[in-house]
Design a protein. Sequence first.
Length: 83
Amino acid sequence: MSIIAWLILGLISGFVASKLVNNQGSGCLVDIVLGVIGAMVGGFLFSSVGGIGVTGFNLYSMIVSIVGAVVVLVIYHAISGRR
């Protein structure tokens, strides 16, 4: 995937994960960063349990990256003490 596709995927998945975890966005830049990190974490988690990680800009990859971004956000809020 190109860097622009990663940023778009990260923005969308980070925003959706922010809405799922704390019912509000964390800001555009934070959503992108957490979404891209979440895509990598989701790809690693899915690969480690025998699934397929992020495969491109498609619905499956969006679900993988949202799951990873939710994991990253839960850890982020646990460390920072925010809810």
